[in-house]
Design a protein around this ligand. Structure first.
Ligand SMILES: Nc1ncnc2c1ncn2[C@@H]1O[C@H](COP(=O)(O)OP(=O)(O)O)[C@@H](O)[C@H]1O
Ligand SMILES: N[C@@H](CC(=O)OP(=O)(O)O)C(=O)O
Length: 438
């Protein structure tokens, strides 16, 4: 079995949905196709839920009507048989009626949002399945709610995913193409939930790992993992092969092509991940697998929305247990730390989730003096930085000689050097590093 995930742009129009079907049918053997919502839909559904949560009924209804009209147009172009068109239009109406039912409903606003945004993937997979049926393909639409689950710490429930998806595949051994939704799942309490923005990659990796697939393919709008962020730097190029470790660092630190956690399940199950371009299917793309990391900097990524917290205390001097006290505060508020740097009397950490920042700062003030810096970015360089190598840090720091640096992390792993800078300097830093380190 191969698992093929197609992102929002890949299913963004009737023509590209047809192209996705061609690609899938050209891949030999049994496969699971994981789809995102059509591009623009998740954002539009967030807007709908925002109107509903804030009692803007008219705006919610207007946007819902606009979306229904868009989907009807897509259906008319995608499906040729009248009967299928009518069935698909009925499905679209039913899903948007479900969304409308949230107007004036008394449930927590976070749940309203989750219920509504989940419909984007439900719609795209149903339309794709109708199209496959018209092509006479032996396809089966599987609801992600039947197997994809997270626990109350928002972590995937691997046992359940493995058992339930394995059962579905086993019971339908004659099926050629399984179609399912990325991104959406059920929560620990059985409510509609999701794997966070961009989470369809994570769904594909979780499914691929669960069934120990032959390969996971992530199809998107670019020919693989580039050596730098193509949204900010010109003349970037696609990497042929990267290791799981490098890919995990890059995804976590901002390479938008992959969801931050998406490499972890694949790496654990040792299932290779191939990144491919839907609009250039013959381009080789990037293979992520267990491989040697060649020396030098291989790729650069940047993650925004970073907050740095510095805790300074002379009690830290020659004392043990100080860091434990600091980390316990973050653990208490379920806030994960991205980066840490220390001096003899101070420690700086970065976080990207500031939901409990005030509470964290209040408790840290009992340990020492606290300084908070916001609007920061982490720039991550992935490659081989093992302790035997020389020169890499010189090239990095020389490139950034005009940019103020707040923190540097080197040696945490052999595959990563990270720096914290002001977000306003990010583009300049990415370009300077591009010129200086490759
Ligand atoms: N290092 C990188 N390599 C390739 N693409 C990157 C990188 N960093 C950022 N990107 C961006 O990621 C985009 C693809 O991710 P995304 O829009 O989430 O795709 P999809 O909707 O298919 O999931 C690319 O169009 C590109 O602009
Ligand atoms: N539709 C969701 C999930 C997703 O993964 O989308 P994409 O594959 O287009 O990044 C989102 O927009 O976040």
């Amino acid at each position: 079995m191969k698992v093929l995930k197609f992102g929002g742009t890949s299913v963004g129009s009737p023509e590209s949905i047809k192209e996705v079907a061609n690609i899938v049918r050209n891949v030999s053997g049994q496969k699971t196709v994981v789809l995102s919502a059509m591009s623009g839909t998740t954002n539009a559904l967030h807007e709908v839920s925002d109107h509903i949560i804030n009692y803007r009924e008219e705006q919610a209804n207007d946007l819902i009507n606009e979306l229904i009209a868009k989907y009807v147009d897509v259906i008319k172009e995608l499906l040729s048989e009248k009967e299928n068109q009518e069935e698909a239009i009925a499905l679209v109406s039913e899903r948007f009626e479900f969304i409308r039912e949230h107007i004036g409903i008394e449930i927590p606003s976070k749940q309203i949002e989750k219920n509504i945004v989940a419909q984007g993937e439900v719609l795209s997979t149903n339309l794709f399945n109708f199209h496959l049926k018209e092509l006479g393909t032996n396809a089966l639409l599987v609801s992600a709610f039947d197997f994809m689950a997270i626990d109350d710490a928002n972590e995937p429930v691997i046992d359940k995913i493995t058992k339930e998806y394995g059962k579905i595949v086993e019971e339908n051994s004659a099926v050629e193409i399984f179609v399912t939704q990325g991104y959406i799942c059920l929560s620990a309490t059985g409510k509609i939930d999701n794997l966070k923005r961009g989470g369809s990659d994570y769904s594909a990796s979780l499914i691929g790992a669960a069934i120990v697939a032959e390969e996971i393919q992530i199809w998107t709008d670019i020919d693989g993992m580039h050596n730098n962020d193509p949204r900010f730097v010109e003349n970037t190029f696609s990497l042929k092969e990267i290791s799981f470790d490098e890919a995990a660092e890059l995804a976590y630190f901002g390479a938008k092509i992959l969801h931050p956690q998406s490499v972890i399940p694949a790496r654990k199950a040792n299932v290779p991940v191939l990144l491919k371009n839907t609009f250039e299917p013959n381009a080789p793309g990037t293979i992520i697998k267990n491989c040697e990391v060649p020396s030098g900097v291989r790729a650069i990524a940047a993650k925004d929305g970073i907050t740095a917290i510095k805790i300074k205390s002379y009690r830290m001097l020659m004392a043990y247990g100080f860091l434990k006290g600091v980390f316990e505060v973050f653990e208490k508020y379920k806030t994960s730390i991205d980066m840490i740097t220390t001096s003899e009397v101070a420690v700086s950490v970065t976080i990207d989730d500031t939901s409990y920042l005030n509470e964290i700062v209040a408790e840290l003030k009992e340990i020492g003096s606290v300084e908070v810096d916001t609007d920061l970015s982490i720039v991550c360089l992935a490659g081989d930085f093992s302790s035997k190598r020389t020169g890499a840090s010189t090239a990095i720091l020389n490139s950034l000689s005009n940019i103020p640096i707040r923190m540097i992390s080197y040696g945490g792993s052999n595959y990563n050097v990270s720096l914290v800078i002001n977000t306003e300097n990010k583009k300049e830093a990415l370009v300077a590093l591009n010129n200086g380190v490759f």
